[in-house]
Design a binder for this molecule. Structure first.
Ligand code: C5P
Length: 222
């Protein structure tokens, strides 16, 4: 078992989680989906009807919430105060609001601490927006995974259609663009490539091709 630490950052829908999961399996390390943590907190804020512009309330919410990522029967599960919310955090509503919650500095502080704790003293691959820049700046390998917005929207569209969900391509593309803009323009820990990250553009690559490149980069590190 390896104790390599890998980060994957990039815009929404670039394929970070798909690749990260596969890398984790191949290397026998843990996968940590930090976006799921921001999503879980956003779900709770929406359920409790919290004013998303009220930073104090959001800070308090983050403080009194328990978020866990667990592998149950081989599946990655997201637990919010011990409730399985793995499916619910992928809803359009959560996607529409998550970047508003994620820009609050006290919320980030709380979740970044938790993420660092989850990653301490083990082999991990963690994906998100600020992992290489803020959460794990000393990682062994940093990837910045991108793809054109058209391609990212197309992949998300296919994925949702396969699940039988009724979605508009243009709506998906708008949501992705809006979320990227909020994530790039926020003051605290904005989405950006770490100086020492390797950029991979997956627009014209299959999952297998991206995976092969990342594994090759890992092997150079091991
Ligand atoms: O990765 P995913 O698309 O599920 O992330 C949802 C949102 O959570 C992002 O658009 C961003 O606003 C926030 N996020 C973040 N920092 C991370 C991971 C996610 O701000 N490390």
């Amino acid at each position: 078992q390896s104790d390599i630490v890998i980060t994957i950052d990039g815009p929404a829908g670039a394929g970070k989680s798909t690749v990260a999961k596969r890398v984790a399996e191949q290397l026998g390390i843990i996968y940590i989906d930090t976006g799921a943590m921001y999503r879980a907190l956003t779900l709770k804020a929406l359920r409790e009807d919290i004013d998303l512009n009220n930073e104090d309330e959001l800070a308090h919410l983050a403080h009194r919430t328990e978020i866990e990522l667990e592998k149950i029967d081989g599946e990655d599960k997201v637990l919010l105060d011990e409730e399985d919310v793995t499916e619910e955090i992928r809803s359009q509503k959560v996607s529409n609001y998550v970047s508003v919650v994620a820009k609050v500095s006290s919320v980030r502080e709380e979740l970044v601490n938790l993420q660092q704790e989850m990653a301490s003293n083990k082999g991990v691959i963690m994906d998100g927006r600020d992992i290489g820049t803020v959460v794990l700046p000393d990682a062994d390998l940093k990837i910045f995974l991108t793809a054109s917005v058209e391609e990212r929207a197309r992949r998300r569209y296919e994925e949702l259609k396969e699940k039988g969900k009724d979605v508009e391509f243009d709506e998906l593309k708008d949501e992705i663009l809006r979320r990227d803009r909020l994530d790039q323009e926020r003051k605290v820990a904005p989405l950006k490539k770490a100086e020492d990250a390797i950029e991979l553009d997956s627009t014209n690559l299959t999952v297998e091709e991206v995976l092969r490149q990342v594994i090759k980069l890992c092997q150079e590190e091991l």
